[in-house]
Design a protein around this ligand. Structure first.
Ligand code: PMP
Length: 362
């Protein structure tokens, strides 16, 4: 018999990203992966280029300049920040470091797909807390916490629903958890949230021993291809992450581009303004076409159709119009499609597809 991996590993399916190609179209609206339609900040691209010089040298294993830049912009102590190859890496490492066979990891039913995948590969049991109205239910999460629970994962805002938990709800969730349960607040879409009572959780992480916040450069900074994420937490958790991560986990061009990107606040402001405007515009167009579009605090909108068949038909209509979006069957939402906010031309293509769908005989 060939070597066998630990049981949890073959129990997971490989993650599949959004589609990238649509043959036969001169212009494709790529709205399947929540990427920044503006690309990356010119300052980040310039810094990336300059990093060519030192590629024969290992990167700074502690991403010191990048952590300093992040700390300055966010008003956080760089010593409490760890950088990773995307926030996925940090979320995976947190799962593995804190949960293993016999342990439970709790997440919200329609939360980010990687939480149950990482829990299963770590040999732990993922436990899905039901949601009320496609929104995280704090009481349902707390009700599923047992002595075997090692961690709770929460995306805020959540992918793919776009819903969010207010600062007060985060506090209530944290207050209801035992001190020895890790609370991971995944704020990958934090910059896009416009609700006044939204919090990325950093203030909670600053004063709690069991809360860690993860953030990413893949969304607002348009650097998904470079794989940069970071975590902010109490010294004990930061220390654990520094022990388990790879020694040189963030490549030099990524560190350089990331540090420049975080300082380009104009680029961030423009990206947020564009997203806020087109997110509202697209929801209105969907609603005008008679399609339910959920409220969103992120850079995408979730569309809910009458049933799976209708969602399939809508997906085909999008494709026929040169628009790639994502069906949410893997998230337990086969009747939903997630549409990322793209450039203005992309959004017009997407809205035209909605009108075409609405005009079809049901
Ligand atoms: N968390 C959430 C909620 C996400 O949607 C994503 C990206 N799909 C990630 C984390 C991972 O992002 P990255 O690894 O690119 O930082």
């Amino acid at each position: 018999m060939p070597p066998q991996p630990r049981p949890g590993i073959l129990a997971t399916e490989p993650y599949q990203g959004g589609e990238k190609e649509l043959p036969g179209f001169s212009r494709v609206a790529r709205l399947a992966s929540n990427e920044n339609p503006f690309g990356a900040s010119p300052r980040a691209l310039e810094a990336y280029e300059t990093a060519r010089e030192g590629l024969n040298r290992y990167p700074d294993g502690h991403s010191a300049a990048l952590r300093t830049a992040i700390g300055e912009v966010h008003g956080l102590d760089p010593a409490r920040i760890v950088c990773g190859a995307g926030s996925d890496e940090l979320i995976g490492l947190l799962t593995e470091a804190y949960a293993g066979p016999g342990d439970r990891v709790v997440y919200s039913r329609h939360g980010f797909l990687m939480y149950p995948i990482f829990a299963t590969t770590a040999g732990a049991t993922p436990v899905a807390a039901p949601e009320a109205n496609l929104t995280t239910d704090v009481d349902a999460i707390l009700a599923r916490v047992t002595p075997e629970t090692r961690a709770v994962f929460l995306a805020n805002p959540n992918n793919p629903t776009g819903s969010y938990l207010s600062r007060a709800s985060l506090e209530r969730l944290h207050a209801g958890l035992p001190e020895d349960v890790l609370l991971v607040i995944d704020a990958a879409y934090a910059e896009y949230a416009t609700a006044g009572d939204y919090s990325d959780g950093a203030e909670l992480a600053a004063r709690s021993g069991n809360v860690v916040v993860t953030r990413t450069f893949s969304k607002i900074y348009g650097l998904a291809g470079l794989r940069i994420g970071w975590a902010y937490g109490p010294p004990g958790i930061v220390d654990v992450l520094n022990r388990v991560r790879m020694p040189f986990n963030v490549a030099t061009p990524a560190q350089e581009a990331g540090a420049a990107a975080v300082q380009d606040r104009d680029f961030v402001a423009r990206s947020v303004a564009h997203n806020t405007q087109w997110r509202a515009w697209f929801r209105e167009r969907a609603q005008a076409a008679g399609i339910e579009a959920l409220p969103s605090e992120a850079n995408f909108v979730l569309l809910r159709f009458a049933d799976e068949d209708a969602a399939e038909r809508a997906l085909s209509t999008f494709k026929a119009g040169g628009v790639l979006v994502r069906q949410m069957g893997k998230y337990g939402l086969p009747d939903c499609l997630r549409v990322s906010i793209g450039g203005s031309e992309d959004m017009h293509m997407a809205a035209d597809a909605l009108d075409a769908f609405a005009g079809q005989p049901g």
